[in-house]
Design a protein around this ligand. Structure first.
Ligand code: FDP
Length: 449
């Protein structure tokens, strides 16, 4: 917490704790500089880590009053436009502060916030409530990046729905010029602010007065983002001898079917990549993932991560679900009731796995094409990050064996493709309340190759 906020809290006679820290992340930048993308990604990352985060998009508030304005609306000499835009900012900030009062942790104010005056006003409003401010300026002089953002906006923004794309693009460029007339970058006058300036989505980063752990976590995440096109391939290990018998955990070798999958995987990956470029392969430290990777070409760099090891089932390691129900009936039920939070005796919960996967996500954000060969629970957690799955649903997700998943991050979400190897395997999916060890998973839409 900043000294100033700590002082205010003390004055109010409140004892502040680390968990009480609340941060308003204030986006700053011209239109088409990737601000919304950064805001959305930060929200997804924080929520995945169970930090209560919410984006407040001023454009959405403005659209309530004026759904499809032309560029002239954004001209500062247009008094009516100015008034409406001010009212939209006021409404967004008021809602955000209300949300903080209800216990929210990181509120992300997504707008251009392009003048010093506007930024000062936000700081005063937040200071008065004991909320820290972290300004995130996205600057961009890479014409290709700006062009691709303009393209994205004109095709996806509700401001231009139903309009001719060329006219929309022209209008949007004019809107940007109107903002350029008044835009003030964060400079030395504002050195009392906590800020991070990101040039061309991560090429260069300047940070100022970062004050606490949560702020530095957010900043570190933002520093690692890039938007180069790339994909991430996910696969479970081939069927293991434990999978065959329905036992969980352990460090068993592949079954005969699992062995077949490890032989087919190199071709599946090459076909999906579309060319011969080598991928970097990450496995866990357990035999079944390492064996699954063993036929991949030598040019593929392989790295083993302890963080990718399967969820630790503690005292239940090596048992079948039926045995767990028999020997630990209360635990079995407790896990079904809240699978995300249930921690095996002497082992882990899904929540624990997410925490240990944080460095993996950070490294994934920094990296380009990666193939990850891991386990059912770990794969669900990684998948949940990219596909925004809730904590309630993700532990129950079907991730069949012998299936390759390709995820491709795009500006507004992640695209997914699944490829089936067509090599038989038991199903390790279990529905709530059942003990069946080889129950059929719900149908998935994987294509067979
Ligand atoms: O959380 P649930 O659904 O039990 O799934 C995790 C389980 O999946 C298993 C298979 O049943 O993973 P894996 O195939 O990697 O061995 C178990 O080892 C692990 O405990």
């Amino acid at each position: 917490m900043s000294e100033q906020n700590r002082g205010k809290a003390k004055k109010r006679g409140v004892v502040m704790q680390v968990e009480d820290i609340q941060i308003c992340v204030v986006m700053v930048g011209l239109p088409a500089r990737g601000k919304s993308l950064i805001a959305q990604k930060a929200q997804r990352y924080l929520r995945w880590l169970s930090v209560d985060a919410n984006v407040f998009n001023v454009g959405n508030y403005r659209r309530d009053a004026n759904p499809q304005p032309t560029a002239d609306f954004f001209d500062t000499s247009n008094a009516e436009g100015e008034r409406m835009r001010r009212a939209a900012a006021e409404a967004a900030v008021t809602d955000m502060l209300k949300w903080f009062k209800g216990g929210g942790t990181v509120g992300i104010l997504d707008a251009t916030n392009s003048t010093k005056e506007r930024r000062r006003w936000i700081k005063e409003r937040c200071d008065a409530e004991g909320i820290e401010t972290l300004y995130v300026e996205s600057k961009c002089d890479d014409e290709d990046l700006i062009m691709s953002n303009i393209l994205e906006v004109k095709t996806t923004s509700p401001d231009y729905v139903g309009q001719d794309p060329e006219t929309a693009a022209q209008d949007f460029r004019k809107r940007i010029r109107n903002y350029e007339k008044v835009y003030q970058t964060i400079d030395e006058d504002e050195n009392d602010l906590t800020y991070v300036k990101i040039m061309n989505v991560g090429k260069q980063v300047i940070i100022n007065r970062i004050q606490d752990y949560l702020q530095s976590r957010v900043v570190y995440y933002l520093m690692n983002l890039h938007i180069k096109p790339r994909s991430i391939w996910l696969s479970r290990h081939g069927e293991s001898q434990y999978n065959e018998t329905g036992q969980i955990g352990g460090d068993a070798e592949l079954s005969a079917n699992g062995e077949m999958y490890s032989r087919k995987l190199p071709k599946m990956v090459r076909d999906s990549v579309g060319d011969d470029r080598p991928l970097t392969v990450w496995t866990s430290t357990l035999k079944r993932t390492i064996s699954t990777a063993k036929h991949l070409p030598k040019e593929y760099n392989q790295l083993q991560w302890k963080a990718l090891d399967e969820l630790d089932a503690g005292v239940c390691d090596g048992l079948t679900y039926a045995e767990i129900e028999e020997q630990y009936p209360e635990d079995f039920k407790a896990r079904d009731d809240d699978k995300y939070n249930y921690r095996y005796r002497g082992g882990e919960s899904y929540r624990d796995v997410v925490i240990r996967l944080e460095p993996i996500i950070m490294e994934l954000e920094r990296s380009e094409d990666i193939l990850i060969i891991t386990h059912q629970a770990v794969l669900r957690c990684i998948y949940a990050y990219f596909m925004k799955k809730s904590q309630e649903d993700s532990p129950w997700m079907a991730v069949p064996l012998h299936t390759l998943i390709k995820l491709t991050p795009r500006a507004y979400g992640t695209e997914e493709q699944r490829y089936k190897a067509n090599i038989p395997a038991v199903s390790t999916w279990r529905s709530k309340g059942s003990v069946a060890k080889h129950e059929d998973a719900p149908p998935d839409d994987a294509q067979s190759i």
